[in-house]
Design a protein around this ligand. Sequence first.
Ligand code: HEC
Ligand code: HEC
Ligand code: HEC
Length: 450
Amino acid sequence: MVRARSSSQRHSDPPLLATRARRRGLPWWGWGLLLIALLFVVFLVWAHRPAIAAEAPPPAASFAPAEVAYGKDLAAVGNCISCHQAPGGGKPFAGGYGVVSPFGTIYGTNITPDPDTGIGRWSYLAFARAMREGVARNGSHLYPAFPYDHFSALQDRELRALYAYLMTRTPVRAENRTNGLFLPLRFRPFIAGWKLLFFRPAHWSPDAGQSAAWNRGAYLGEALAHCGGCHTPRGRLGQELKNKPFAGAFVEGWYAPPLGSTSPAVRAWTQPRLAEYLATGLSRSHAAAAGPMNAVPHNLATADPREVAALATYYARTLRDARASRAEPQLPDRAEAAARAHPLGAATFAGACAACHGEGAPMMVQDGRPALPLGSPLHEDNPADTIQIILKGLAPPLGRTGPIMPSFAASLTDAQVAELVGYMKARWGTGPDWPNLERAVGRARKGKAP
Ligand code: HEC
Ligand code: HEC
Ligand code: HEC
């Protein structure tokens, strides 16, 4: 009995204690929630960036004309306008172009010096912080659709000139568009989490073993022109994979081909050929710049030609080890076999394309345009560029009125485009056949990678 009693006492004590503790404090899951809330507050405090005081817009006369002119050049190399001007008649730098990301659309903002809707009240320090750290004047984090991961390497001389150029533009009153983002991502402090994982501010230091032109091209190309923003593949969270520089990537349903050892180009991209392509949008040895690449030479055409030559020097070097040899390529033309395999494609080509691209067509003979198989699209490991060019057509390079390649999106069905692409690949292409072409055309129409 004694034993039983003592044991019942021993067993009844702990529950009593536990009830008392429960009455006094939190259950375990309460502590868990509290811990999460605490960590979240710590995160918010850590992610907080102070606002930089608004200032009266600086008078245009306070900037030296030479600095403004240098800034104009840099803005062209940096392609600022292609994200900061709305398509179809938007005002320059007033914002409104939607950058499409897997998480939704993020709109370029108004960076004219309008005091209320633009950056008119931003001091130079606020501007430099945005460019280097991706933080707006009011302290909020900016989405990495704005390529500050590249701009962070810009030095004061370049940032001051860009600031001088932007602050002397005509102010435009235009409210920023609301981003079309998946809900939790609209909460800007989350961007700080992304930065913690992936953003490493870049620092520029010249390579003493290289020429001055190479160093200038590397600085402009990596820090300002952000060529890697399109040509370097990205991970699931949109971060550039720095261990695969210029290895090729999909942009808006197009393919920005590799600019390194895996370049699909059949002719070597030498410095003079690249300089021509980047400055005019048309390389007579290769092809015209199409799709998202079209805007790059449109901007570079207005920049200092020496800067464009430097970019070409740098990228000619990254392309040096490409599989294309310096000798003239032997281009295959398997016309009969291709027509037997794709009779419908052959007929479409003869009817819709040969007037411009067929042998002896005036466009090629009189205007000296390169033959179709000299361009990279038919030698890429995916059909994205060939399909997109057919669907969208091509605007002529800057300062020329033609010839224009029309868009075939409305006149050809998915099946017809697929047949046509299959025919062209079989006739002139290199590498394995492209599978599932019809599906790829359907996806291309929606701006998606094959
Ligand atoms: C690839 C597209 C892209 C390019 C190129 C680009 N920007 Fe932007 N920029 C953006 C986007 C998108 C935002 C808005 C980000 C956000 O809302 O978080 C932005 C924001 C900014 C901001 C912050 C403004 C604000 O209202 O918060 C500044 C300043 C800026 N860009 C300057 C430039 C300059 C200067 C260049 C050229 C050297 C440039 N950008 C090139 C996409 C781009
Ligand atoms: C907005 C995205 C974007 C940016 C920025 C960009 N490119 Fe491109 N680039 C593309 C796309 C897409 C293509 C393929 C379309 C085509 O063939 O015209 C391409 C094609 C090219 C080609 C042709 C390659 C070949 O073998 O046919 C070269 C060379 C090139 N880009 C160099 C550059 C350089 C140098 C820069 C920076 C100054 C740059 N690109 C910036 C998207 C971009
Ligand atoms: C009115 C003339 C015209 C017609 C018709 C035309 N194109 Fe083009 N095409 C051009 C021009 C101009 C270019 C750009 C300059 C260049 O690369 O030679 C071009 C470029 C291309 C390119 C990219 C060149 C490259 O190598 O990167 C492809 C691919 C192409 N066209 C396919 C076609 C197909 C397929 C058709 C028929 C459905 C067609 N084109 C019809 C004028 C035309």
